[in-house]
Structures are given as structure tokens and as C-alpha cells.
Design a protein around this ligand. Sequence first.
Ligand code: SF4
Ligand code: SF4
Length: 130
Amino acid sequence: MRDGRNSSQLRLLVEQLSQQSILACYQCGCCSAGCPMAPWMDALPNQLIRRLQLGRLATNGLRTPWVCASCLTCGVRCPKGIDVPRVMEALRTLELRSGEDHVGPSELAPEHLRSLPQIALVAHMRKATG
Ligand code: SF4
Ligand code: SF4
């Protein structure tokens, strides 16, 4: 997401990709309250959606979509039926489409390449590289 699109365009793109209505969120916070990855996020899921609604999402360097483990808890808890993990996926997709890997293979430390299970490495590459 390092191109010149503005934030309202970003919301429309996210809605298009995720097939979720960002404006349907009424900020109850149930998604964030159940998120196991919340302590490692720089914006909680409901905060991220609020910023999208207000056209104030600065996505450069945003950690939340990458920290999201796609566990689906937030989507199950949402009283408005918003599939929040799909919103996270859309944000990741948009960043990867800008042509930059989030974390490329060459950026992984040799000890991680040696010690991590192969399935974890493959899963990581599927998520973090275009
Ligand atoms: S899918 Fe992502 S944002 Fe939602 S609860 Fe799980 S880790 Fe948190
Ligand atoms: S649970 Fe749903 S309605 Fe509530 S803040 Fe999260 S996305 Fe919005």
C-alpha cells in the first residue's frame, strides 16, 4: 500500500476484495476483545476498521494485518457478521500487490531457516510474499 491511493479508495478496495461492508461495523469491540494476537498489534481490529471507515488508515508499516493469525475468532464474535479475517487478508493482498514482499525469504535469519519446521516456512511465504 505504498502507492498514491487515498483512504476512501482504500476502503472501497478492501470492501471489494473482502466482500465485507466496512461501514456496517458499529464499533462494539467484540472482535478485539477475543483476538489472541491483540497484544502484538499496533491497531486493534475494531480500531483498524474504524480508521478505514473514517478514511484515516495509514497503512505504511501497519503491523496488524501481518500479525493476524487468521484464527477466525473475531468473525465468529462479530454481531454484524463481518468477516474481519477477510478484511485483514484484503489489506495484506493490497500491500503485496504493490510489488513488495512483507518479509522475503532472503530476510529470514539462517538459524530460522535451519530450525523452523518446513511447513511453517511455507505457510509464512504464502502469507508474506507476493
Ligand atoms: S482472525 Fe486475526 S484479527 Fe481476528 S481474532 Fe484471529 S488473530 Fe485476531
Ligand atoms: S465485532 Fe464487528 S461490529 Fe463489533 S467492532 Fe468488530 S467488526 Fe465492528
